[in-house]
Write a protein that binds this ligand. Structure first.
Ligand code: S3P
Length: 438
Protein backbone atom coordinates (compact mmCIF):
# COMPACT_ATOMS: atom_id res chain seq x y z
CA UNK A 1 0.00 0.00 0.00
CA UNK A 2 1.21 3.52 -0.77
CA UNK A 3 -0.09 7.09 -0.90
CA UNK A 4 -0.15 8.73 -4.30
CA UNK A 5 -1.84 11.82 -5.72
CA UNK A 6 -2.51 15.54 -5.52
CA UNK A 7 -4.93 17.01 -2.97
CA UNK A 8 -6.22 20.35 -1.66
CA UNK A 9 -7.54 20.54 1.88
CA UNK A 10 -10.21 22.53 3.72
CA UNK A 11 -9.12 25.84 5.23
CA UNK A 12 -7.07 26.12 8.40
CA UNK A 13 -9.27 25.85 11.50
CA UNK A 14 -7.37 28.43 13.56
CA UNK A 15 -7.37 31.02 10.76
CA UNK A 16 -11.04 30.30 10.06
CA UNK A 17 -12.19 31.02 13.65
CA UNK A 18 -10.37 34.34 13.60
CA UNK A 19 -11.70 35.32 10.18
CA UNK A 20 -15.30 34.72 11.31
CA UNK A 21 -14.94 36.54 14.63
CA UNK A 22 -13.21 39.62 13.20
CA UNK A 23 -15.62 39.81 10.25
CA UNK A 24 -18.53 39.92 12.70
CA UNK A 25 -17.09 42.74 14.79
CA UNK A 26 -15.76 44.80 11.88
CA UNK A 27 -17.54 47.31 9.63
CA UNK A 28 -18.49 46.12 6.13
CA UNK A 29 -19.24 42.88 4.32
CA UNK A 30 -16.73 40.01 4.27
CA UNK A 31 -16.81 36.98 1.96
CA UNK A 32 -14.78 34.09 3.40
CA UNK A 33 -13.62 31.36 0.99
CA UNK A 34 -12.41 27.81 1.71
CA UNK A 35 -13.97 27.89 5.16
CA UNK A 36 -13.69 24.39 6.68
CA UNK A 37 -17.05 22.75 7.42
CA UNK A 38 -15.88 21.17 10.68
CA UNK A 39 -17.83 21.10 13.94
CA UNK A 40 -15.54 23.58 15.70
CA UNK A 41 -15.95 26.29 13.06
CA UNK A 42 -19.70 25.64 12.99
CA UNK A 43 -19.66 26.22 16.76
CA UNK A 44 -18.14 29.65 16.18
CA UNK A 45 -20.76 30.51 13.55
CA UNK A 46 -23.64 29.24 15.70
CA UNK A 47 -22.46 31.06 18.83
CA UNK A 48 -21.98 34.36 17.01
CA UNK A 49 -25.44 34.08 15.43
CA UNK A 50 -26.89 33.71 18.95
CA UNK A 51 -25.05 36.93 19.76
CA UNK A 52 -26.80 38.70 16.89
CA UNK A 53 -24.30 38.23 14.05
CA UNK A 54 -25.47 38.08 10.44
CA UNK A 55 -23.68 35.16 8.76
CA UNK A 56 -25.08 33.57 5.61
CA UNK A 57 -23.72 30.31 4.24
CA UNK A 58 -23.21 30.03 0.50
CA UNK A 59 -22.12 27.05 -1.57
CA UNK A 60 -18.54 25.84 -1.93
CA UNK A 61 -17.37 26.58 1.60
CA UNK A 62 -18.14 30.25 1.35
CA UNK A 63 -19.86 32.48 3.92
CA UNK A 64 -20.83 36.12 3.79
CA UNK A 65 -20.73 38.11 6.99
CA UNK A 66 -22.21 41.56 7.50
CA UNK A 67 -20.09 43.19 10.17
CA UNK A 68 -21.81 45.24 12.84
CA UNK A 69 -18.83 47.04 14.34
CA UNK A 70 -17.03 46.31 17.60
CA UNK A 71 -20.12 47.01 19.71
CA UNK A 72 -22.59 45.38 17.30
CA UNK A 73 -23.27 42.19 19.25
CA UNK A 74 -26.47 41.81 21.24
CA UNK A 75 -27.30 40.12 24.54
CA UNK A 76 -28.67 36.60 23.97
CA UNK A 77 -31.78 35.50 25.90
CA UNK A 78 -30.26 32.15 26.86
CA UNK A 79 -26.80 30.78 27.67
CA UNK A 80 -24.80 30.29 24.49
CA UNK A 81 -23.74 26.68 23.92
CA UNK A 82 -20.24 26.42 22.45
CA UNK A 83 -20.09 22.64 22.00
CA UNK A 84 -16.53 21.29 22.20
CA UNK A 85 -14.53 24.06 20.55
CA UNK A 86 -11.91 25.39 22.95
CA UNK A 87 -10.78 28.07 20.49
CA UNK A 88 -14.36 29.37 20.13
CA UNK A 89 -14.84 29.44 23.91
CA UNK A 90 -11.60 31.21 24.79
CA UNK A 91 -11.58 33.70 21.90
CA UNK A 92 -15.23 34.64 22.42
CA UNK A 93 -14.53 35.31 26.11
CA UNK A 94 -12.04 37.93 24.90
CA UNK A 95 -14.66 39.58 22.66
CA UNK A 96 -17.41 39.37 25.30
CA UNK A 97 -15.14 40.98 27.91
CA UNK A 98 -15.64 44.20 25.95
CA UNK A 99 -19.42 43.98 25.39
CA UNK A 100 -21.71 45.94 27.71
CA UNK A 101 -23.88 42.95 28.69
CA UNK A 102 -23.89 39.74 30.68
CA UNK A 103 -23.76 36.36 28.97
CA UNK A 104 -23.18 32.74 29.93
CA UNK A 105 -21.10 30.43 27.74
CA UNK A 106 -21.78 26.72 28.24
CA UNK A 107 -19.79 23.81 26.81
CA UNK A 108 -20.01 20.12 25.98
CA UNK A 109 -18.73 17.45 28.36
CA UNK A 110 -15.09 17.36 27.15
CA UNK A 111 -14.62 21.14 26.94
CA UNK A 112 -16.28 21.49 30.37
CA UNK A 113 -13.25 19.67 31.79
CA UNK A 114 -10.68 21.95 30.14
CA UNK A 115 -8.97 24.74 32.15
CA UNK A 116 -10.20 28.30 31.69
CA UNK A 117 -8.39 30.17 34.42
CA UNK A 118 -5.58 30.96 31.99
CA UNK A 119 -8.10 33.22 30.16
CA UNK A 120 -10.34 34.43 32.99
CA UNK A 121 -7.40 35.72 35.03
CA UNK A 122 -6.05 38.26 32.48
CA UNK A 123 -9.59 39.27 31.40
CA UNK A 124 -10.47 40.07 35.04
CA UNK A 125 -7.30 42.16 35.25
CA UNK A 126 -8.61 44.13 32.28
CA UNK A 127 -11.89 44.81 34.10
CA UNK A 128 -14.33 42.04 33.12
CA UNK A 129 -16.49 40.39 35.79
CA UNK A 130 -16.38 36.63 35.40
CA UNK A 131 -17.99 33.76 37.31
CA UNK A 132 -17.19 30.16 36.57
CA UNK A 133 -17.35 26.67 37.94
CA UNK A 134 -14.50 26.31 40.40
CA UNK A 135 -12.82 23.08 41.29
CA UNK A 136 -10.30 22.69 44.07
CA UNK A 137 -7.27 20.45 44.01
CA UNK A 138 -8.07 16.77 44.56
CA UNK A 139 -8.21 15.44 48.17
CA UNK A 140 -4.76 14.55 49.45
CA UNK A 141 -3.03 17.13 47.25
CA UNK A 142 -2.30 19.37 50.24
CA UNK A 143 -4.00 22.64 51.27
CA UNK A 144 -6.05 24.29 48.49
CA UNK A 145 -3.83 27.23 47.55
CA UNK A 146 -5.05 29.82 45.01
CA UNK A 147 -2.91 28.17 42.29
CA UNK A 148 -4.63 24.85 42.78
CA UNK A 149 -8.10 26.19 42.05
CA UNK A 150 -8.99 25.76 38.40
CA UNK A 151 -11.98 27.24 36.53
CA UNK A 152 -14.21 25.44 34.04
CA UNK A 153 -17.24 26.15 31.84
CA UNK A 154 -19.99 27.23 32.17
CA UNK A 155 -18.69 30.78 32.51
CA UNK A 156 -20.73 33.95 32.97
CA UNK A 157 -19.05 37.12 31.84
CA UNK A 158 -20.17 40.74 32.28
CA UNK A 159 -18.14 42.89 29.98
CA UNK A 160 -17.79 46.63 29.88
CA UNK A 161 -15.19 49.29 30.34
CA UNK A 162 -11.81 47.61 30.01
CA UNK A 163 -8.33 48.99 30.47
CA UNK A 164 -5.21 47.82 28.68
CA UNK A 165 -2.77 45.61 30.60
CA UNK A 166 0.75 44.30 30.14
CA UNK A 167 0.55 40.56 30.52
CA UNK A 168 3.42 38.09 30.67
CA UNK A 169 2.04 34.74 29.56
CA UNK A 170 2.50 32.00 32.18
CA UNK A 171 1.61 29.31 29.61
CA UNK A 172 2.44 29.14 25.89
CA UNK A 173 -1.06 29.38 24.42
CA UNK A 174 -2.26 31.14 21.27
CA UNK A 175 -5.83 30.95 22.55
CA UNK A 176 -4.91 32.90 25.69
CA UNK A 177 -2.88 35.46 23.75
CA UNK A 178 -5.76 35.87 21.29
CA UNK A 179 -8.41 36.32 24.01
CA UNK A 180 -6.33 39.12 25.57
CA UNK A 181 -5.67 40.85 22.21
CA UNK A 182 -9.37 40.65 21.26
CA UNK A 183 -10.32 42.17 24.62
CA UNK A 184 -7.65 44.78 23.95
CA UNK A 185 -9.72 46.04 21.00
CA UNK A 186 -12.24 47.37 23.53
CA UNK A 187 -9.76 48.56 26.14
CA UNK A 188 -8.63 52.03 26.97
CA UNK A 189 -4.95 52.46 26.10
CA UNK A 190 -2.44 49.80 25.14
CA UNK A 191 -2.67 46.07 25.73
CA UNK A 192 0.68 44.31 25.69
CA UNK A 193 1.16 40.53 25.65
CA UNK A 194 4.63 39.13 26.31
CA UNK A 195 5.24 35.54 25.25
CA UNK A 196 7.97 33.27 26.64
CA UNK A 197 7.91 31.12 23.49
CA UNK A 198 6.11 32.40 20.37
CA UNK A 199 2.78 30.72 19.60
CA UNK A 200 0.75 30.78 16.37
CA UNK A 201 0.29 34.38 15.25
CA UNK A 202 -2.93 34.12 13.22
CA UNK A 203 -4.76 36.61 15.45
CA UNK A 204 -2.08 39.26 14.98
CA UNK A 205 -2.10 38.73 11.19
CA UNK A 206 -5.89 38.81 10.98
CA UNK A 207 -6.08 41.92 13.20
CA UNK A 208 -3.63 43.67 10.86
CA UNK A 209 -5.75 42.63 7.84
CA UNK A 210 -8.74 44.32 9.50
CA UNK A 211 -6.75 47.50 10.14
CA UNK A 212 -6.23 47.15 13.90
CA UNK A 213 -3.37 49.03 15.57
CA UNK A 214 -1.45 45.85 16.38
CA UNK A 215 2.31 45.77 16.59
CA UNK A 216 4.13 42.45 17.09
CA UNK A 217 7.82 42.87 17.91
CA UNK A 218 9.72 39.74 18.89
CA UNK A 219 8.05 38.20 21.89
CA UNK A 220 5.99 41.33 22.59
CA UNK A 221 2.70 42.17 20.91
CA UNK A 222 1.05 45.51 21.56
CA UNK A 223 -2.37 46.68 20.50
CA UNK A 224 -4.04 50.06 20.89
CA UNK A 225 -7.74 49.75 21.67
CA UNK A 226 -10.82 51.83 20.97
CA UNK A 227 -10.77 51.75 17.16
CA UNK A 228 -13.24 50.23 14.70
CA UNK A 229 -12.10 47.40 12.42
CA UNK A 230 -12.58 47.58 8.67
CA UNK A 231 -13.47 44.52 6.61
CA UNK A 232 -10.93 43.59 3.91
CA UNK A 233 -13.88 42.47 1.72
CA UNK A 234 -12.60 38.99 0.84
CA UNK A 235 -10.60 36.42 2.78
CA UNK A 236 -9.28 33.14 1.38
CA UNK A 237 -8.40 30.56 4.08
CA UNK A 238 -5.33 28.50 3.09
CA UNK A 239 -5.36 24.72 3.64
CA UNK A 240 -4.90 23.40 7.17
CA UNK A 241 -1.36 22.16 7.84
CA UNK A 242 -2.60 20.25 10.91
CA UNK A 243 -5.03 18.28 8.71
CA UNK A 244 -2.24 17.83 6.14
CA UNK A 245 0.12 16.39 8.77
CA UNK A 246 -1.67 13.01 8.78
CA UNK A 247 -1.24 12.54 5.03
CA UNK A 248 2.35 13.83 5.19
CA UNK A 249 3.24 11.23 7.82
CA UNK A 250 1.34 8.52 5.90
CA UNK A 251 3.25 9.31 2.70
CA UNK A 252 6.58 9.28 4.54
CA UNK A 253 6.12 5.90 6.19
CA UNK A 254 4.44 4.01 3.31
CA UNK A 255 7.16 3.00 0.81
CA UNK A 256 6.76 4.23 -2.77
CA UNK A 257 4.49 7.16 -1.84
CA UNK A 258 4.40 10.49 -3.64
CA UNK A 259 1.97 13.18 -2.52
CA UNK A 260 1.37 16.82 -3.48
CA UNK A 261 -0.67 18.99 -1.13
CA UNK A 262 -1.73 22.25 -2.72
CA UNK A 263 -2.32 25.71 -1.20
CA UNK A 264 -1.40 24.87 2.36
CA UNK A 265 -0.82 27.46 5.07
CA UNK A 266 2.94 27.81 5.57
CA UNK A 267 2.80 30.15 8.56
CA UNK A 268 6.25 30.01 10.26
CA UNK A 269 4.64 29.60 13.71
CA UNK A 270 3.00 26.37 12.48
CA UNK A 271 5.94 24.89 10.57
CA UNK A 272 7.33 22.81 13.47
CA UNK A 273 5.99 19.59 11.92
CA UNK A 274 7.85 20.21 8.64
CA UNK A 275 11.09 21.31 10.36
CA UNK A 276 11.15 18.28 12.65
CA UNK A 277 10.27 15.78 9.91
CA UNK A 278 12.99 17.24 7.65
CA UNK A 279 15.45 16.85 10.53
CA UNK A 280 14.36 13.21 10.67
CA UNK A 281 15.34 12.83 7.01
CA UNK A 282 11.93 13.41 5.39
CA UNK A 283 11.85 14.30 1.70
CA UNK A 284 9.47 17.27 1.82
CA UNK A 285 9.73 20.16 -0.62
CA UNK A 286 7.95 23.50 -0.43
CA UNK A 287 6.99 24.86 -3.85
CA UNK A 288 4.89 27.68 -5.33
CA UNK A 289 5.24 29.74 -2.17
CA UNK A 290 3.24 32.96 -2.10
CA UNK A 291 2.97 35.75 0.45
CA UNK A 292 -0.34 37.19 1.55
CA UNK A 293 -1.84 37.98 4.95
CA UNK A 294 -0.75 34.35 5.60
CA UNK A 295 1.99 32.58 3.59
CA UNK A 296 0.75 29.73 1.34
CA UNK A 297 2.42 27.09 -0.84
CA UNK A 298 2.42 23.51 -2.08
CA UNK A 299 4.10 20.58 -0.34
CA UNK A 300 5.67 17.68 -2.24
CA UNK A 301 6.26 14.60 -0.07
CA UNK A 302 8.07 11.37 -0.96
CA UNK A 303 8.38 8.33 1.30
CA UNK A 304 11.62 8.44 3.27
CA UNK A 305 13.74 6.49 5.73
CA UNK A 306 13.32 8.41 8.97
CA UNK A 307 15.82 8.76 11.79
CA UNK A 308 15.23 9.87 15.39
CA UNK A 309 15.54 13.44 16.64
CA UNK A 310 15.02 15.48 19.81
CA UNK A 311 12.17 17.98 19.84
CA UNK A 312 12.95 20.78 22.29
CA UNK A 313 10.43 22.47 24.62
CA UNK A 314 10.75 25.72 22.65
CA UNK A 315 9.55 23.94 19.49
CA UNK A 316 6.40 22.49 21.07
CA UNK A 317 4.00 25.43 20.40
CA UNK A 318 4.89 25.28 16.68
CA UNK A 319 3.71 21.66 16.47
CA UNK A 320 1.45 21.22 19.51
CA UNK A 321 -1.44 19.67 17.53
CA UNK A 322 0.94 17.50 15.47
CA UNK A 323 2.54 15.72 18.43
CA UNK A 324 0.23 12.67 18.16
CA UNK A 325 1.09 12.08 14.50
CA UNK A 326 4.79 12.82 15.17
CA UNK A 327 4.70 10.10 17.83
CA UNK A 328 3.41 7.72 15.15
CA UNK A 329 6.11 8.81 12.66
CA UNK A 330 8.83 8.32 15.29
CA UNK A 331 7.79 4.66 15.71
CA UNK A 332 9.04 4.25 12.12
CA UNK A 333 12.26 6.24 12.70
CA UNK A 334 15.58 4.62 13.59
CA UNK A 335 16.67 5.42 17.14
CA UNK A 336 15.16 7.24 20.12
CA UNK A 337 13.03 10.32 19.44
CA UNK A 338 12.37 12.62 22.38
CA UNK A 339 9.60 15.20 22.75
CA UNK A 340 10.42 17.53 25.66
CA UNK A 341 8.00 19.75 27.57
CA UNK A 342 4.74 18.27 26.29
CA UNK A 343 2.65 18.90 29.45
CA UNK A 344 0.00 20.92 27.52
CA UNK A 345 -1.04 17.70 25.76
CA UNK A 346 -2.70 16.67 29.03
CA UNK A 347 -5.37 19.39 28.66
CA UNK A 348 -6.44 18.92 25.04
CA UNK A 349 -9.68 17.17 24.00
CA UNK A 350 -8.34 14.20 25.93
CA UNK A 351 -5.02 13.58 27.67
CA UNK A 352 -3.11 13.01 24.45
CA UNK A 353 -0.01 11.66 26.22
CA UNK A 354 -2.13 8.86 27.65
CA UNK A 355 -4.30 8.27 24.58
CA UNK A 356 -1.31 7.97 22.23
CA UNK A 357 0.98 6.05 24.61
CA UNK A 358 -1.80 3.52 25.47
CA UNK A 359 -2.70 3.00 21.81
CA UNK A 360 0.84 2.80 20.44
CA UNK A 361 1.92 0.44 23.22
CA UNK A 362 -0.91 -1.89 22.13
CA UNK A 363 0.78 -1.84 18.73
CA UNK A 364 4.08 -2.88 20.40
CA UNK A 365 5.71 0.57 20.32
CA UNK A 366 8.44 1.28 22.85
CA UNK A 367 7.24 4.50 24.54
CA UNK A 368 8.21 6.03 27.87
CA UNK A 369 6.69 9.06 29.57
CA UNK A 370 9.41 10.76 31.63
CA UNK A 371 8.49 13.30 34.32
CA UNK A 372 11.01 15.62 35.91
CA UNK A 373 9.40 18.22 38.16
CA UNK A 374 6.67 19.91 36.14
CA UNK A 375 8.21 18.95 32.80
CA UNK A 376 7.02 15.88 30.90
CA UNK A 377 8.97 14.29 28.03
CA UNK A 378 8.01 11.42 25.76
CA UNK A 379 10.61 8.96 24.49
CA UNK A 380 9.85 6.75 21.49
CA UNK A 381 12.35 4.06 20.54
CA UNK A 382 11.51 3.46 16.90
CA UNK A 383 12.74 1.52 13.93
CA UNK A 384 10.69 -1.64 14.49
CA UNK A 385 7.46 -0.31 12.97
CA UNK A 386 4.09 -1.24 14.52
CA UNK A 387 1.89 -4.33 14.77
CA UNK A 388 -1.87 -4.28 14.24
CA UNK A 389 -4.12 -3.99 17.30
CA UNK A 390 -7.55 -2.85 18.38
CA UNK A 391 -7.13 0.80 19.42
CA UNK A 392 -9.44 3.72 20.22
CA UNK A 393 -9.89 7.44 19.64
CA UNK A 394 -10.60 8.35 23.30
CA UNK A 395 -13.11 10.75 21.73
CA UNK A 396 -10.24 12.85 20.36
CA UNK A 397 -10.06 13.74 16.66
CA UNK A 398 -6.27 13.98 16.44
CA UNK A 399 -5.73 10.70 18.30
CA UNK A 400 -8.24 9.07 15.91
CA UNK A 401 -6.58 10.32 12.71
CA UNK A 402 -3.08 9.53 14.03
CA UNK A 403 -4.12 5.96 14.82
CA UNK A 404 -5.67 5.47 11.38
CA UNK A 405 -2.27 6.38 9.87
CA UNK A 406 -0.48 4.17 12.42
CA UNK A 407 -2.77 1.33 11.28
CA UNK A 408 -1.85 1.88 7.62
CA UNK A 409 1.86 1.66 8.46
CA UNK A 410 1.46 -1.40 10.72
CA UNK A 411 1.68 -5.05 9.76
CA UNK A 412 -1.77 -6.69 9.95
CA UNK A 413 -5.22 -5.16 10.24
CA UNK A 414 -5.72 -2.42 12.86
CA UNK A 415 -9.16 -1.41 14.08
CA UNK A 416 -9.65 2.12 15.41
CA UNK A 417 -12.93 2.61 17.29
CA UNK A 418 -14.74 5.93 17.79
CA UNK A 419 -13.93 7.67 14.52
CA UNK A 420 -16.95 10.01 14.50
CA UNK A 421 -15.00 12.56 16.60
CA UNK A 422 -12.86 13.30 13.51
CA UNK A 423 -15.63 15.66 12.35
CA UNK A 424 -14.50 18.10 15.06
CA UNK A 425 -11.71 19.31 12.78
CA UNK A 426 -11.80 17.35 9.52
CA UNK A 427 -15.05 15.63 8.47
CA UNK A 428 -13.61 14.73 5.03
CA UNK A 429 -10.53 12.94 6.41
CA UNK A 430 -11.55 9.40 5.47
CA UNK A 431 -12.71 10.28 1.95
CA UNK A 432 -9.52 12.24 1.16
CA UNK A 433 -7.46 9.34 2.51
CA UNK A 434 -9.39 6.82 0.38
CA UNK A 435 -8.74 8.95 -2.71
CA UNK A 436 -4.93 8.76 -2.31
CA UNK A 437 -4.45 5.16 -1.12
CA UNK A 438 -3.18 2.93 -3.93
C1 S3P B 1 -5.25 27.02 18.83
C2 S3P B 1 -4.23 27.03 19.73
C3 S3P B 1 -3.70 25.81 20.36
C4 S3P B 1 -4.09 24.57 19.57
C5 S3P B 1 -5.55 24.58 19.20
C6 S3P B 1 -5.87 25.78 18.35
C7 S3P B 1 -5.73 28.31 18.27
O1 S3P B 1 -4.24 25.69 21.66
O2 S3P B 1 -3.77 23.41 20.31
O3 S3P B 1 -5.87 23.39 18.48
O4 S3P B 1 -6.45 28.30 17.26
O5 S3P B 1 -5.37 29.34 18.85
P1 S3P B 1 -3.56 26.42 22.95
O6 S3P B 1 -3.68 27.87 22.77
O7 S3P B 1 -4.36 25.92 24.11
O8 S3P B 1 -2.15 25.93 22.94
Amino acid sequence: MRIYGKISLPGDKSIAHRSIILSVISRGKTAIYNLPGNQDCLSTIRALRKLGASISKKKYNKVIISGQGIYGLTRPKMPVFIGESGTTFRLLLGVLAGQPFKVTLAAGSSLSRRPMRRVTEPLRKMGATINSKLKKSPPGAGPPTAEKIEEFPPITISGGALKGITYKMPVASAQVKSAILLAGLFAEGKTIVIEGVPTRDHTERMLRLFGAAVNPKGHRISLTGGRELKSPGKIYIPGDISSASFFIAGALILPGSHLIIKDISLNPTRMGIIKVLKRMGADIKLTKQAKGYEPVGDLVIKSSDLKATTVEKTEIPSLIDELPILMVASCFADGETRFCGVEELRVKETDRIKSMADNLRKMRANIKVIKSGKQVCISVKGGRGLKAAQVESFGDHRTAMSMVIAGLGATGKTKVSGLSCIAKSFPGFQSVLKSIIR
